[in-house]
Design a protein around this ligand. Structure first.
Ligand code: HEM
Length: 475
C-alpha cells in the first residue's frame, strides 16, 4: 500500500492529534505477536477466501460408487413427503437408489486422509447422499427415527472428524465446495462458478447458492482489512489511527454491499420454490424440534450426540469474522445498552457458537485466532474519539444488514410456512403437496430455523446484539 495514501490532510492531522491526546492508547503500544499463522495455515486463499482456489477433484477408485449415486440422485429421487405426480413417478427408482446403499460395504477412508481436497470432496458427496437418503424416504411415523445406513454414516463421520466439521450437509457442502468452473482457463470468481449439485434442479436453488457465494467473495476484502489491522506495528501514531478510520469506512461499504447482495435474492429466488422445493432437503436431525426422534447414524457409537442440524448461511465464516472483529456480543456477556429485552434473553444465545462446529475446522481455527487477538477495535474506538463515528457506522451497517436479512427470512420462511404449496400456480412440481404442508403445519408452534431454534427470536436477538455494540456517537 502507498504510504502517501494513508497520510491525513493537515486538518485531519489536527483533529486526530487532539483525539489522540484525549485517548488512552498506552494499552495499544504492544504490537500483535509477529509470528501469526498465515492464511494458508487456515486454508484461506488470498484470492478466493474460504473457497478453495480450484474445484474439488472427483473421487475415484472404490469411492466412485458414491460419486455415481450422487450424479444420479436428482433424476431418481423426490421428496418423500411430496405426493405430486412427478414425485410419485420417481418412487420406484428412489426405492432402488436407496436400497443400493443398504448393500454397499463400509469403505475405508484412510487413503483419503493425506489429501485435504479429497477429504472435503468425500464430505460433500456423503453429506449430499445422506440428505437425499433421509428426505427421499417415505415419511415415517412421528415417533420413528430415520436410520442412515452405515455405508454412508461411518465414512462420513470418519472424514468429518479429520476435517473438524459436523457430519451432515453444511454451508461448505452447498456453497464453498459445490461448484465447477464455467471457463476452466479463468480463475475462480463468482461469475466463473457454476453450482453443481441441486436438490430441486431449479435455477432458484442455483441462484440461492450463488447469492451466498457473492456475499462470501465480497467478504474477502474484509478479511484483508482485519488482517492489516492486526498487523499494524502500533495503534498510537496518527498514520495508524488514520488508516483504521479509513478501513472502518471501507468496511461499512463492504457491509452495505453484502446487504445489497442479500436483498438481490428476491429477484432470483422464488420464495415458494425455496420453502417447498428446497428447504425440506436441508432439514437436519433436529429440525422438527427437541422432542422428535431425529436421525440415527447406524454403526456410529453415541450417534445422538453428533451435530446434525442442516446447512445455514449462519455457518459462513465471513459473517462470523465480521462479528468477532466488531465485537458483537451474541452471548450477552457484556453489560451494554439498551439492556436486552425479555425476548432477547429467551433467544438461543449459543446459536452462532454452535454454527462454528459446522465450519471446516481450519476456518473455525481462524475465527478462534481472531477472537484471541488482544486488539479489540471496539475498545480502541472507545478510547479514540476519532474512531467512534467510523466504528459506529460499521456497526449500524451490520445492524441494517440484519434488519434486512430478517425481512428476507420472514418472507422466505415465516410467510411461506403459512402458504399453500399450490398457491404457486403454474409450477408442475408444486401441484399437490398437501400432505407435505399438513406435516409442516403439524410442526405447529413457532417457525424453526436450522437446529430447531425459534427463528424470529433468534434473528431479532442477533440484530439487537449488533446494535448494542454501537458506542453512541450518533445512535
Ligand atoms: C433467501 C435467502 C435467505 C434466507 C431465506 C435466509 C434465512 C435464514 C434463516 C431462517 C436463518 C436462521 C438460522 C437458520 O435457520 O439457519 C438465517 C441465519 C443467517 N443467515 Fe440467512 N438467509 C438467506 C440468505 C442469507 C445470505 C445471502 C446470507 C449472507 C451471508 C445470510 C446470512 C445469515 C447469517 C449470518 C445467519 C445467522 C444469524 C445472524 O447472523 O443473524 N443469509 N438465515
Amino acid at each position: 500500500m502507498n504510504v502517501i495514501d494513508l497520510l491525513p490532510s493537515p486538518h485531519q492531522y489536527f483533529t486526530l492529534a487532539v483525539c489522540l491526546l484525549q485517548s488512552t492508547v498506552a494499552d495499544y503500544r504492544k504490537p500483535v505477536e509477529r509470528q501469526r499463522p498465515s492464511p494458508i495455515d487456515y486454508d484461506i486463499d488470498v484470492h478466493t477466501g474460504f473457497f478453495p482456489r480450484q474445484p474439488l477433484p472427483r473421487l475415484t477408485g472404490p469411492y466412485a460408487v458414491w460419486e455415481l449415486a450422487l450424479e444420479e440422485a436428482a433424476e431418481k429421487l423426490s421428496l418423500g413427503e411430496d405426493d405430486s405426480e412427478d414425485a410419485l413417478a420417481k418412487r420406484g427408482t428412489g426405492e432402488l437408489w436407496r436400497s443400493q446403499m443398504l448393500s454397499w460395504p463400509v469403505i475405508d477412508t484412510e487413503p483419503l486422509e493425506r489429501n485435504l481436497r479429497l477429504l472435503q470432496r468425500a464430505h460433500l458427496v456423503l453429506a449430499w447422499l445422506v440428505h437425499y437418503y433421509v428426505h427421499s424416504a417415505p415419511p415415517a411415523a412421528e415417533d420413528v427415527a430415520s436410520v442412515v445406513p452405515k455405508s454412508l454414516a461411518i465414512p462420513l463421520v470418519a472424514v468429518s472428524r479429520h476435517l473438524g466439521i459436523a457430519p451432515v450437509l453444511t454451508f461448505a457442502d452447498t456453497v464453498l465446495w459445490n461448484w465447477d468452473l464455467v471457463d476452466a482457463s479463468l480463475p475462480a470468481s463468482v461469475d466463473n462458478m457454476r453450482f453443481v449439485n441441486l436438490f430441486s434442479g431449479t435455477e432458484d436453488e442455483r441462484n440461492f447458492y450463488t447469492t451466498s457465494a457473492r456475499a462470501e467473495f465480497r467478504g474477502i476484502e474484509m478479511l484483508r482489512i482485519i488482517d492489516e489491522y492486526n498487523n499494524l506495528p502500533n495503534l498510537t501514531d496518527l498514520t495508524s489511527i488514520s488508516k483504521v478510520a479509513r478501513d472502518l469506512g471501507r468496511l461499512t461499504g463492504i457491509i452495505n454491499d453484502i446487504s445489497d447482495i442479500i436483498q438481490g435474492v428476491r429477484a432470483v429466488v422464488d420464495p415458494h420454490v425455496f420453502y417447498w422445493d428446497l428447504r425440506p432437503w436441508f432439514e437436519g436431525s433436529d429440525a422438527k424440534g427437541p422432542s422428535a426422534p431425529g436421525w440415527i447414524y447406524e454403526g456410529v457409537p453415541n450417534s445422538g450426540e453428533l451435530d446434525l442440524s442442516g446447512p445455514s448461511a449462519g455457518q459462513s465464516s465471513v459473517m462470523h469474522a465480521l462479528d468477532i472483529f466488531l465485537d458483537i456480543d451474541h452471548k450477552l456477556r457484556q453489560r451494554r445498552y439498551p439492556a436486552p429485552s425479555d425476548a432477547n434473553k429467551r433467544a438461543d444465545h449459543g446459536f452462532m457458537d454452535r454454527m462454528r462446529r459446522y465450519m471446516p475446522g481450519k476456518h473455525r481455527d481462524y475465527l478462534s485466532s481472531l477472537a484471541a487477538t488482544p486488539r479489540s477495535i471496539r475498545e480502541l474506538a472507545q478510547r479514540t474519539p476519532a474512531l467512534r463515528e467510523p466504528y459506529d457506522s460499521a456497526v449500524m451497517a451490520l445492524k441494517r444488514l440484519r434488519d434486512l436479512h430478517m425481512r428476507i427470512a420472514c418472507l422466505y420462511v415465516v410467510t411461506m410456512s403459512r402458504s399453500t404449496p399450490n398457491a404457486h400456480a403454474g409450477c408442475p412440481v408444486a401441484s399437490t403437496m398437501d400432505r407435505l404442508q399438513a406435516s409442516r403445519a403439524a410442526g405447529k408452534g413457532p417457525v424453526r430455523g436450522t437446529g430447531g431454534n425459534e427463528l424470529s427470536l433468534l434473528l431479532k436477538a442477533g440484530r439487537d446484539a449488533t446494535r448494542r455494540a454501537a458506542l453512541g456517537s450518533r445512535v
